[in-house]
Design a protein around this ligand. Structure first.
Ligand SMILES: [Fe+2]
Length: 384
């Protein structure tokens, strides 16, 4: 696939994700972390207009100069913007206008991508496509939050989220890795984010890591044995979080007439005990591991062992803080704001999830979220 075809296919997939939505679904922002779908489709378009078309397409005429204020997410270099918590208060621009904006930018990008482009410009286009793929996953998780917090629990699509359950040797549920110096980080000619670069050696002591993710059934045992009522299992911040939010189980779990149900993109379903647990915070993952008298893997252990187990169904919490690798380099200008400035107060997640866009996974990929967040498809893999 050449760059122009790749552009079209990624942009089409965003539209396909939104296809089942009603106009009203595009607008609401039930909590600060969940952006309205219309904002995602405007913002991903703004990215190409701001970082490609305005600087590099000769005679490009901006669609609407006021959109920069509305669709800039966090780029200080690019100027003032609507505060994040106010994204759901924007009844204008309308969904229809935003789709017109998308069409307008796509036409200009299509023209632009026919030209002979420098390596530097092609790299920004590829970054824009990977950025859009990140927002595709956010779109799905935000849609799930919007519909899953509606008292009617409407389904987004008819199919369920279940995949085939993996078979594995239950006598040997752990992989053993020997002490040594291992290489961490991305090296190669394909795309990666700046936070994966600078391959470097890391010393690891002997460790074991589970072949399988923690299941709903195992997590339910933790709940039934009083996991949420015993401070001993919890980090101090986690225990405060449990009490302040009266947390009693993973997000989207509902006890209805004595039976556990969970909300999926296919609607409300009976809890499947064999599915990997989903929508848990770092605090919960950490407390579960503590209860099991184990721990979470570090991101380095995960990266070294991941060739030996199946991954990709859940973003797996690690016990590594999100920090720069040695020699981390920030790109000049606004693009340098992409990852580096978020390297504080967040934990690294490895893997990918059921709703990660096709082709957007790598063993060196570093996702990151604050420890209390759980609206992403987050899960638990144990280590010891
Ligand atoms: Fe973004």
């Amino acid at each position: 696939m050449n760059l122009s075809e790749k552009y079209q296919s990624v942009r089409e997939y965003t539209k396909a994700i939104c296809q089942p939505l009603q106009t009203e679904d595009y607008v609401v922002q039930p909590v600060a972390d969940v952006s309205p779908p219309k904002w995602h489709i405007g913002h991903t378009t703004w990215f190409f207009e701001t970082f490609i078309l305005k600087p590099y397409l000769k005679d490009y005429k901006e669609f609407d100069p006021s959109f920069n204020y509305v669709f800039n997410s966090y780029y200080e270099t690019v100027g003032a913007r609507v505060i994040r918590t106010d994204r759901g208060n924007l009844s204008r621009p309308t969904v229809e206008e935003i789709y017109k904006y998308r069409k307008y930018v796509d036409a200009a990008m299509n023209e632009f991508l026919q030209q002979n482009l420098s390596k530097e410009i092609r790299e920004i286009v590829v970054l824009g496509l990977n950025h859009e793929q990140q927002h595709q996953e956010l779109l799905l998780t935000d849609i799930k939050y919007i519909l899953g917090n509606n008292p009617l629990f409407p389904a987004y699509q008819s199919s369920s989220e279940q995949a085939n359950h993996e078979d594995f040797d239950s006598k040997n549920p752990f992989i053993q890795v020997a002490e040594g110096i291992y290489e961490i980080g991305y090296e190669g000619n394909e795309f990666c984010f700046d936070n994966e670069l600078q391959k470097h050696p890391v010393f690891l002591t002997d460790f074991k890591i589970a072949k399988k993710l923690v299941s709903n059934g195992e997590y339910l045992e933790f709940m039934n044995s009083g996991g949420y009522k015993n401070f001993n299992y919890w980090l101090a911040d986690g225990w405060e979080w449990v009490k302040a939010n009266r947390v009693e189980g993973p997000m989207y779990w509902h006890l209805i007439n004595g039976e556990w149900h969970y909300y999926t993109l296919g609607g409300l379903q009976l809890l499947d005990l064999n599915e990997p647990v989903c929508h848990v915070s770092y605090y919960e993952a950490n407390a579960f591991a503590e209860w099991k008298q184990m721990r979470l893997p570090t991101e380095f252990e995960w990266e070294i062992a991941a060739n030996h187990f199946n991954w990709g169904r859940r973003w797996e919490w690690t016990e590594s803080a999100y920090l720069p690798y040695p020699g981390f380099l920030k790109a000049p200008g606004a693009i340098g704001e992409y990852n580096g400035k978020f390297m504080v107060n967040q934990m690294v997640l490895r893997g990918a999830s059921d709703v990660t866009s096709p082709g957007h996974t790598r063993i060196t990929y570093r996702n990151f979220f604050q420890p209390n967040l759980r609206w992403q498809y987050t899960g638990i893999r144990l280590a010891q």
